[in-house]
Design a protein around this ligand. Structure first.
Ligand SMILES: Nc1nc2c(c(=O)[nH]1)N[C@H]1C(S)=C(S)[C@@H](COP(=O)(O)O)O[C@H]1N2
Ligand SMILES: [Mo]
Length: 302
């Protein structure tokens, strides 16, 4: 076959508004009766209208073409997508262990069949002062907590990314980092309604460069808290160490809530640049999610 007619959703994003581009694909999938089937489950899901944006949705090519994922490329954000080819993301298992009544290993396909999948539009803010706003598909992390039943002694959650140097060229190049990537949250932060375990982006399965097949999204914190390609989740009693805090404790705190008044040593956090235009916008406290999360901190700043 030499002639290939592009499908509706393959029209380059610049020729359509981003929202209409992915909505049309969702509508197509719905019309074709594909919602709810295995494989599509991780991508589909009705949009939850409670979470609205104050800005346009980022064009898909930008959100999937400009990435921080140091396991693949620690130098060039635009090259991450070109280096993920060898990364095997299916089938995928992750372990939930530590201070829980029901420790277990989940097969992602099986888990997704029983979780309440939805789509949410969230702002996403990197500490390097760029931001995007995208539709994630996933479920609240607290739904996973119900399945494993954390014990009262569990005060923090620790997350670990896959470690596959053969598939992740950045791990071999940037060998001085304390791989694998690891992160942490306080249990009540993890249980907040905003905290999502996500498996889709723009109504499709999560692209590898965005953390396939399963990543955290913690929208009121700087992007590095939203750990990608998770293989292990552990409930613990003590505040865990995090990858960036271990590297540069003066620059990356454990809490890392978005705070325009607290400059990072290398980047003022007062304004952000919206990808891909790099238009400047004032940064909002807690990335605009104050009403959902300020009570977690009792007026104290982290
Ligand atoms: N495992 C892992 N997770 C990670 C990173 C990483 O390098 N490795 N980078 C973090 C940073 S700094 C940001 S800003 C976001 C970027 O997510 P995105 O590429 O989907 O925009 O992922 C975070 N999660
Ligand atoms: Mo980041």
């Amino acid at each position: 076959m030499l002639i290939r007619i592009p499908k509706r959703w393959e029209i380059p994003e610049r020729h359509a508004t981003p929202e209409s581009a992915y909505l049309s694909r969702r509508e197509l999938l719905a019309a074709a009766g594909l919602f709810g089937l295995t494989g599509q489950a991780q991508a589909a899901g009705q949009r939850n209208p409670k979470y609205t944006l104050d800005r346009p949705v980022t064009e898909e090519w930008a959100a999937t073409g400009f990435n921080n994922f140091y396991e693949f490329d620690a130098q060039n954000k635009e090259n991450v997508k070109n280096r993920v080819g060898k990364f095997v993301t299916h089938p995928w298992e992750f372990e939930v262990s530590g201070l829980v009544a029901k420790p277990q290993t989940f097969d992602l396909d099986a888990l997704l069949k029983k979780m309440p999948i939805e789509e949410r539009l969230y702002r996403f803010r990197c500490v390097e002062a760029w931001s995007m706003a995208v539709p994630w598909t996933g479920f609240q992390f607290n739904e996973l907590m119900k399945l494993v039943e954390p014990k009262p002694e569990a005060k923090f959650v620790r997350f670990v990314t896959a470690s596959r140097p053969d598939e992740m060229p950045g791990m071999r190049e940037a060998h001085w980092y304390p791989w694998p990537y690891f992160e942490g949250l306080r249990v009540d932060e993890a249980a907040n309604e905003l905290t999502l375990l996500t498996t889709g982006l723009y109504g499709k399965p999560l692209p590898k460069q965005n953390g396939a097949p399963v990543r955290m999204v913690v929208p009121w914190k700087y992007g590095y808290k939203s750990i990608k390609s998770i293989v292990k989740i552990e409930f613990v009693a003590r505040q865990p160490q995090t990858f960036w805090n271990k590297q540069q404790p003066a620059e990356y705190g454990f809490y890392s809530n978005v705070n325009p008044k607290k400059p990072h040593p290398r980047w003022s956090q007062a304004v952000e640049k919206v990808i891909p235009t790099m238009e400047r916008r004032p940064t909002l406290p807690y990335n605009g999610y104050e009403e959902f999360v300020a009570s977690l901190y009792n007026g104290r700043e982290f």
